[in-house]
Design a binder for this molecule. Structure first.
Ligand SMILES: Cc1cc2nc3c(=O)[nH]c(=O)nc-3n(C[C@H](O)[C@H](O)[C@H](O)COP(=O)(O)O)c2cc1C
Ligand code: SF4
Length: 602
């Protein structure tokens, strides 16, 4: 099909309002990219004309998202997952092997436009890595022989959808089930039971139950779900929205992938329950682009729910209970997991975080009250509606009721998804997953907390160590500097660039961490890292910038002996006085950091 024909078939379901069409821009772009492997100028102009916006605005959106490209990427667009856990499993060597076999350079389309090989941030397949995406499909468990096969398939032009099915196997790997995932709970809460509970009682009673359960958001921040729902319900508006955050971009997190694969009904039920309580008519599942391979099965679940009167008009026969859900795809931008960026992205724009307050609960999608919750939060809410607040509070701690799903990866024998009551110690988790010779654990992903093995009496709970799910284990053979370097580069790459502390601070931090890793840093550089890190933590506009320095600051705090060994020139007096030689230029530029290059340890 020509770009013209592709755009014509994609845009404009008849009757869609102009506002709705504009909000679909990102979805149109994702479809064009998927079908044509790029978004050509003709398609950009056509889209701009149809949506009454400028071509520059369309280009601005394309430029923001890593998975959209104006220039052709090649028939096979290959992206190796570049999370530290993939690297630990040898992803960089495998990438080099494939580049060599296909005679191409990373990031540059091959001359015949057959293939582009590049990297992307974590693809959420950490426990079955190394992984790659080929035209949006996930290939897991890469090794030398699989790479050789992939090279052959590409050279023989076998369509990626026809590659061996074993390549695309992504298992759930659930190793521990508790309150949410147990078979017993599933038997007690068949599809539709939360909605029946809602119709049997009423919205006010059900909202009180959710509040009484103490359910806190599972996406990281832990805000009370009940409070959020009540605030939305109480805001005067002609319509409201329910949005499920399935962006799951935090490196090392993959528990939502498992829920989307095997528990989607429960999640959609929680969204519909929320809609019934706050009186919303429409919902969105914001699905990260890396999980495009789950799109079809999720759409089938939605259709089945429509067929069973669990979605659509007059749900379960209740007059006026109307609610339906669309799936919107992300396109490779970690920042779009932040709720206000996610709303911008849902509206088809660049995912730049909004100023808050107002919060989405009162002023969200299209400036209407919008409840945004994580996949696991909606799933828990659906169970609470049926089994009650006391059932939920019977697990966990007083301040963190319920359970938490963890995505465990790295140096352990049994990586996968584990469900634990809040309050479980890190020591217990390490024992269960078969971690040995552990040096450190990284909890809550790149933005989270790094702890040495001596601190494993801490527990997973909002009052101690909070996490959206990521739990990466590093043994004593790992170089923690390399790990911190990976995370610092990740943040610098993913910064949206809106505010200076994060945009500039992230780059400065990256350079300083590189210097430290390469053994060229001095004590002065450590001071710089601490100053820039503190500034980013306090002055950044959103959570990305304020958490970006965590990995390096935790390393400095918990592993000072390793840092000191890495410093250059700590006990070294040079024969040549560089400061004196540079004094004139120092005076001109106003620098007052004499000794920066040789500052010695106290
Ligand atoms: C940079 C950044 C990325 C985030 N990514 C996600 C994400 O992928 N999934 C998620 O549920 N929440 C994510 N959040 C948290 C959301 O902003 C928001 O708190 C969450 O969706 C609310 O749902 P919950 O209360 O159920 O946790 C992110 C926050 C930040 C600052
Ligand atoms: S902190 Fe970073 S990601 Fe957040 S708004 Fe500022 S530049 Fe963008």
């Amino acid at each position: 099909m020509s770009p013209d024909e592709v755009v014509r078939t994609i845009i404009a379901p008849v009757g869609a309002t102009h506002q709705a069409q504009r909000a679909n821009l990102l979805q149109y772009l994702c479809q064009i990219q998927h079908q044509l492997n790029c978004i050509p100028a003709a398609a950009i102009n056509q889209l701009a004309g149809a949506l009454h916006i400028s071509a520059a605005e369309v280009r601005g959106v394309i430029e923001f998202y890593a998975f959209l490209h104006e220039q052709p990427r090649g028939q096979y667009d290959i992206l190796f997952s570049d999370n530290i856990t993939d690297q630990m499993l040898g992803s960089r060597k495998l990438l080099a092997q494939l580049c060599k076999r296909l005679d191409t350079e990373p990031g540059i389309p091959r001359e015949d436009l057959r293939v582009t090989i590049d990297t992307t941030s974590c693809t959420g397949i950490c426990e079955q890595g190394p992984a790659l995406l080929v035209n949006g499909l996930v290939v897991s468990r890469l090794d030398n022989s699989r790479i050789e096969q992939i090279a052959d398939l590409i050279e023989s032009e076998v369509d990626a959808t026809e590659w061996p099915q074993a390549f695309f196997l992504v298992e759930d790997n659930i190793h521990r089930r508790d309150q949410l995932l147990s078979k017993q709970t599933a038997d007690l809460t068949p599809d539709g039971s939360a909605l029946r509970a809602l119709l049997q009682h009423d919205a006010t009673t059900l909202l009180e139950t959710i509040e009484a359960s103490g359910l806190q958001g599972r996406g990281g921040a832990g805000f009370s779900a009940g409070k959020k729902w009540r605030r939305s319900k109480q805001t005067e508006a002609d319509c409201r929205y329910v949005v499920c955050n399935a962006d799951e971009g935090e490196p090392g997190t993959f528990k939502d992938r498992v829920l989307l694969n095997s528990y989607a009904d429960s999640m959609f039920e929680g969204m519909t329950l929320c809609a019934g309580i706050i009186h919303a008519q429409h919902g969105y599942l914001y699905l990260r682009g890396e999980y495009r391979y789950l799109l079809e099965s999720l759409q089938q679940v939605l259709q089945r729910r429509r067929d069973n009167k669990l979605l659509g008009r007059n749900i379960l026969g209740k007059q006026g209970f109307d609610f339906d859900i669309d799936i919107h795809l992300g396109a490779g931008a970690y920042i779009c997991g932040e709720e206000s960026s996610l709303i911008e992205s849902l509206e088809g724009k660049r995912g730049i975080p909004r100023k808050r307050p107002p919060f989405p609960a009162t002023d969200g999608y299209l400036h209407k009250p919008t409840v945004i919750n994580n996949v696991e939060t909606f799933m828990a809410a659906a169970k609470i509606a049926v089994l009650g607040a006391d059932w939920f509070r019977s697990s966990g701690t007083a301040d963190s009721p319920g359970t938490k799903l963890l995505s465990i990866s790295g140096d352990c024998k049994r990586p996968g998804t584990y469900e634990y009551p809040f309050g479980v110690t890190i020591r217990q988790i390490l024992d269960d997953c078969g971690a040995e010779n552990t040096q450190a654990v990284q909890i809550a992903g790149a933005a989270g907390t790094t702890l040495p093995i001596t601190e494993t009496d801490h527990c997973i709970a909002f009052e101690d160590i909070a996490t959206a799910g990521s739990f990466m284990v590093f043994n004593n053979d790992r170089d923690l500097f390399q790990i911190v370097q990976n995370f610092t580069h990740f943040f610098a790459h993913e910064s949206c660039g809106l505010c200076t502390p994060c945009r500039v601070g992230g780059e400065l931090l990256k350079d300083l961490v590189d210097k430290l890793v390469n053994g060229h840093a001095t004590r002065h550089d450590i001071g710089e890292i601490e100053t820039i890190g503190a500034l980013m933590q306090t002055a950044s506009h959103c959570g990305l910038g304020s958490t970006a320095p965590n990995p390096i600051l935790d390393l400095l705090k918990h592993f000072p002996q390793l840092v000191e060994k890495k410093l250059a020139h700590s006990n070294y007096e040079p024969a040549f006085d560089l400061d004196a030689a540079l004094q004139e230029s120092r005076d001109i530029t106003g620098r007052d950091d004499a000794g920066a290059h040789i500052e010695s340890l106290p």
